[in-house]
Design a protein around this ligand. Sequence first.
Ligand code: KIV
Ligand code: ZN
Length: 503
Amino acid sequence: MKNDKVLIFDTTLRDGEQAPGASMNQDEKMAIAAALEKMGVDIIEAGFPVSSPGDFESVKLVAKTIKRSIVAGLARSMKKDIDAAYEALKSAKYGRIHVFLATSNIHMKFKLKKNPDEVLQMAIDAVKYAKSKMADVEFSAEDASRSDRDFLCKVVEAAIKAGAKTVNIPDTVGYTVPSLFGQLIGYIKNNVPNINKAVISVHCHDDLGLSVSNSLAAIENGARQVECTVNGIGERAGNAAMEEIVMALKTRKDIYKCETNINTKEICRVSRMVSKAAGFAVAPNKAIVGGNAFLHESGIHQHGVLADRSTYEIIKGEDVGFVGTGLVLGKHSGRHGFCERLKLLGIQLTEKQIDQAFDRFKILADKKKEVYDEDLFAIIEDEVKAVKNIWSLDSLEYKSGTKVEPSTTIALKSGGKVYKKTLTGDGPVDACYKAIDAITKVKGELLDYSIKSVSQGEDAIGEVTLKLRSKDQTVIAHGASTDIVEASAKAYINAINKILTVK
Ligand code: KIV
Ligand code: ZN
């Protein structure tokens, strides 16, 4: 018997972008949309057009460019939202208006301040209005998992009757558990008379770490579309991770008897792209796309894998586009293994540079049990392609307090000259960064900033680590001092030197 198809609805550019701290620029969104299309995503939710002019523009641009995937735009059940979604999507080859309305008692009472009959009517009106503009309409019953089942079924039935081709059952707050969610989908399938006229979709959040399990339970019970994001990024704890759902369906076809249109070999590439654009590192132990996902450290495991991969591998790294031999380097690794690893990572060095890097690697391997790809990148960046000290800190003064406007005066040295600037900002660090930008003329976008103490006592040294993006380059840099503004300045200057060195 042929396997059923599960449609992949990717919402990285909408729900994913709602993740606190993740904001992508338009070029990054376009590149991600193109990569999602290439990997075979069926529906790309490109944004929430009414929410901001920037979102409107990026949905419009994605809609104009993407030709194989359906492009969806989100809208509340309101005319102005639906109009904005339609305007942004009208040039799409395949466009979808995705309207949503909450159906749980909590949301109806406290957020919408409407009774169930009013909500039912709003859903019908919204779907009908969207349908008058576009053939493909999806309806989402927000907070469905906490809604009264029979009311939910009534709304779903009415939405299908009004023209929705897809009905989405979100676990908006990540509250459900697999057994319950599976039952809910089964209940909808058995109790909504016209359910066969629509695709059942699910959209699960990860507040209890169950989003992927809940989505899979829904598939077992008849859902045929899953809404998910790359690396699982999204509101709060995030959404169900696309790569995990896709690989679970592929690896356990015996259970699910379903397949997707995803070319899994693209998974790691798209994961890296989203991680870089959102500024969210992927945890090394993250399933499918984590740096350790295909590495074997213990001798017993390494031995087993070398004898036959199936001993400790259920997925082949190359099936998800993972680059590597799967073996971590350590102090017993030789020059040959080291060079092979560099080659696999696409790092090209001269013989002299390899000698230098290998020496550094040996020193590090003596201190550290395992040497990871990130360590190799750091060795290459710091030791071989030595960062040129184009700018260095000459002096720093700052002023801040509860009743003064924070300002910083910084003097930087370059080519024997000293350049000085005083600027104000939200705090002394912000003022300092603005002044450094003004002097160096490198416009950096700060993606991440953290400070930690690396020694003890009142005069502890603070180490600042930051991630800075300038055009298409992202660098990570550090700076340490007993004065946190100075540590921040040093880290920022280091980042700028890295950017200028590579240039
Ligand atoms: O989590 C949610 O309920 C949503 C809807 C808008 C689909 O993101
Ligand atoms: Zn959501």
